[in-house]
Design a protein around this ligand. Structure first.
Ligand code: LMR
Length: 327
């Protein structure tokens, strides 16, 4: 009898050890864009690096195209432990912090090099901690690129958007930006944009070349104005609860793999902005319109008062630091 119970205990221990070994930590990485985008490619690369470097220990499962969560739900889901990583656009953190609204200010960064200088500098790095009190950890920034305006009518000057409905991300700064030119902004999830454009429920939207191309917005928008009026970048985030539950060596290896994946995604972002713009031009489905410096100046004059409107919430010091990165 004693021999039998010893055998059962040994078997139970072995089974226990086997099942512990057989259950890698699962990281669900949820995002809303297509796989052939900078974010999609970054997430896939991260999953691959983790599979190579932490086999049997950690498994990353990527859910693209809002398959698991849209951006308005994903952070709540993360805090509940239903998803472990995501990289929402910086415009989508408003519920959690005011400071990241900085990135939505129109005409703040002159190009992506300025964005990179700011994000990798001390102020940008400090902003990665801005979600800490809400239980979220900023692991790094990821680029997509500068935003362009697509519409059902040709747009050159602010008067061209007067009274027109534009889809925006969930950001009060973006709302103010469109209101400043008498347009009608509507906060809608990314997953609904194509249908809204196709059915002409809205007149236009703002987005990057890679999103306009990969989600086929250019097929239902006859005009795209190369406005470069703002930036669409991401913050890769996780929950403090999940991140702190990891062993130090696993956390360090994951961070290393993530940093490499972000560097890879950023390279793709720069190339995709050029390639996807060209692909749209080549498709002849949509006319790409350039603005003259005088036309551009009209947009800057109309939209720049938004900076003052939000300086209190964002912090003038952050705005000054971001502006300084243009030099
Ligand atoms: C959008 O909603 O337009 C973007 O945030 C989508 C994305 O993640 O690039």
């Amino acid at each position: 009898m004693r021999l039998f119970s010893a055998a059962v205990t040994a078997m139970a221990l072995t089974l226990g050890a086997t099942s512990a070994m057989a259950a890698p930590i699962e990281i669900k990485f949820s995002h809303v864009v297509a796989e052939n985008t900078p974010k999609g490619q970054m997430a896939t690369k991260f999953a691959k690096l983790v599979a190579e470097r932490l086999p049997g220990k950690v498994e990353v499962k990527v859910f693209p195209s809002s398959q698991l969560f849209g951006d308005n739900k994903v952070l709540e889901a993360m805090l509940l432990g239903d998803v472990q990583m995501a990289a929402p656009a910086l415009s989508k953190f408003q519920k959690y912090t005011d400071s990241l609204q900085l990135f939505d200010l129109p005409f703040l960064f002159k190009d992506m090099a300025a964005v990179e200088r700011f994000q990798s500098g001390p102020v940008g790095q400090e902003m990665l901690t801005s979600l800490e009190s809400k239980g979220l950890v900023g692991l790094g920034y990821l680029h997509n690129g500068m935003k362009q305006l697509s519409a059902s009518n040709p747009i050159k000057v602010p008067a061209d958007v007067s009274g027109k409905k534009f889809r925006i991300m969930t950001s009060d700064v973006l709302q103010a930006q469109f209101e400043a030119v008498d347009a009608v902004p509507l906060k809608k999830p990314f997953s609904e944009v194509f249908t809204l454009l196709q059915t002409k429920a809205i007149d236009g939207q703002e987005n990057t070349w890679s999103n306009i191309y990969s989600k086929k917005f250019y097929e239902v928008q006859p005009y795209i104005t190369e406005s470069n009026h703002g930036v669409l970048d991401y913050m890769v985030v996780t929950s403090a609860e999940f991140w702190n539950s990891l062993d130090d060596d696993v956390r360090a290896e994951l961070k290393k793999a993530l940093d490499e994946s972000i560097a890879y995604g950023n390279k793709i972002a720069a190339q995709k902005a050029e390639d996807d713009k060209q692909a749209i031009i080549d498709s002849k489905r949509s006319e790409v319109i350039e603005m003259s410096p005088a036309e551009r100046a009209q947009w800057v004059t109309a939209m720049k008062p938004v900076w003052k409107q939000f300086a209190g919430a964002i912090g003038q010091d952050l705005i000054d630091a971001a502006e300084a990165s243009n030099q």
